[in-house]
Write a protein that binds this ligand. Structure first.
Ligand SMILES: Cc1cc2nc3c(=O)[nH]c(=O)nc-3n(C[C@H](O)[C@H](O)[C@H](O)COP(=O)(O)OP(=O)(O)OC[C@H]3O[C@@H](n4cnc5c(N)ncnc54)[C@H](O)[C@@H]3O)c2cc1C
Length: 390
């Protein structure tokens, strides 16, 4: 076993960290206050490669391995939750499905703009009445009409929709075919009949735009389907497995940032004649945070490693996401506790981190759904054991 990043990965981590320290972190409070992404930084991400992590090399992407992508997401999360979420959604949800299932023509059509640094990608699964249960709940329907699809329905909570040139939309294409009755369809955001509603007003991640979408007879070419017709649900599950590694890594970054702020503060703030870091109750919170961040990091990077090995990693990705997102919540909660009333103030980053991390146990599958995924796999593995081992 080897728990170290290799030289290349360490170098990549250093490049991304330096970039985030100078171009992303200094603007995190402003991004939150103004509810606007810092586009100067996003444009510069093009040269670092952060915008094309999931874009094929043939069209100018850097097409990185999963561990390197996790490293990037962790560093972005450590710098700014809003920016990290939009970049995670761009790479993992916007670009990855097009890279994996898109035709050469679709790559050439969409990647030049997707990796330009002027726009970000998006994936629309969730609907006003369907989140965890997409299989039963999705009502957005695409019907074939000659050489076109005609799409009617609505989607909700779609990250980056208002700044995307194209949105991959999960549509029901056959109402009788169950899980085989879905297709992913690429919808040009200039299409007539598509309304992208104003950004939602959120508790945190305010700079990362989230939109409701309405489709009224939106007509797109038949060849805009991504991969095979009828495979959309399976594609969605695979996309989410991968996305969960990204959200896990991002959450470790958020936890790490809150932890660093808490340690710094605990060494400066004095109470009862000594720095609060010398009080045992504070030391326990610091110890628990260090322990949990480390455990979460090991789980998330193991899932990334398994994916890169070509192994089944569904359970491990769910474990990593579950652990990292719940750790981020506990660590940022305690970081505020360590700051006392200053932690409740907008003057200190822990207040923003606490609000930003709250989404992570919800998006790309709630904690309850991660537990469902894990327990299904565990029970299945038990059934597959030989009678002698039971
Ligand atoms: C900021 C933000 C960004 C987002 N970005 C995107 C995006 O880019 N694209 C996209 O498609 N979606 C996006 N989403 C939507 C997100 O993925 C969904 O909110 C999430 O999947 C949960 O769905 P829901 O909100 O409909 O909750 P529901 O599915 O209604 O769940 C409500 C509660 O019931 C629980 N529950 C449901 N089923 C079960 C069960 N079987 N057992 C136990 N408990 C259960 C859930 O865990 C949850 O606690 C985003 C959401 C937010 C807030």
């Amino acid at each position: 076993m080897d728990f170290d990043l290799n030289q290349e990965q360490k170098m990549w981590q250093r490049i991304v960290r330096d970039f985030c320290e100078s171009e992303v972190k200094p603007f995190a409070a402003e991004v939150d206050e103004t509810s606007k992404l810092h586009w100067d930084a996003i444009r510069k991400m093009k040269d670092v490669g952060l915008i094309s992590l999931e874009a094929p090399e043939e069209v100018g992407g850097v097409e990185m391995d999963t561990i390197s992508i996790a490293i990037a997401m962790e560093e972005l999360g450590r710098a700014c939750g809003s920016t990290a979420l939009s970049i995670a959604a761009h790479n993992g949800l916007g670009c990855a499905p097009i890279k994996k299932w898109g035709t050469r023509q679709q790559h050439e059509q969409w990647f030049p703009s997707l990796i330009s640094g002027e726009v970000l990608g998006a994936l629309a699964l969730t609907e006003p009445s369907a989140g965890s249960d997409l299989l039963n709940g999705v009502q957005t329907f695409a019907r074939r009409d000659g050489d076109s699809w005609v799409i009617d329905g609505s989607k909700a909570w779609i990250t980056n929709a208002g700044i995307a040139p194209v949105i991959t939309v999960l549509c029901r294409t056959d109402k009788e075919a169950g899980a085989r009755g879905f297709s992913m369809i690429l919808v040009d955001t200039k299409s007539a009949g598509l309304t992208i509603h104003p950004p939602e007003k959120k508790m945190g991640l305010k700079g990362s735009p989230t939109h409701m979408l309405s489709f009224e007879g939106v007509r797109v070419p038949y060849e805009a389907v991504l991969g095979e017709v009828g495979r959309g649900f399976a594609q969605t599950m695979q996309t989410l497995d991968n996305g969960r590694i990204g959200i896990g890594a991002l959450s470790i970054g958020l936890a790490q940032a809150a932890f660093e702020e808490a340690v710094k503060y605990a060494k400066q703030r004095r109470a009862f004649g000594k720095p609060i870091a010398e009080h045992e109750a504070i030391q326990w919170m610091i110890a628990d945070a260090a322990l949990e961040i480390d455990a979460a990091r090991l789980l998330v990077y193991r899932a990334a490693w398994m994916k890169d090995q070509g192994r089944d990693y569904t359970k491990q990705a769910a474990m990593g996401k579950l652990m990292a997102t719940e750790v981020a919540e506990r660590v940022s909660r305690n970081a505020i506790q360590i700051h006392g009333s200053y932690g409740y103030s907008r003057e200190f980053p822990v207040e923003r981190i606490y609000r930003d991390q709250r989404l992570m146990t919800i998006g790309e599958g709630t904690s309850e759904i991660q537990r469902l995924v894990i327990s299904r796999r565990v029970l299945q593995e038990f059934d597959n054991l030989s009678p002698a081992s039971k």
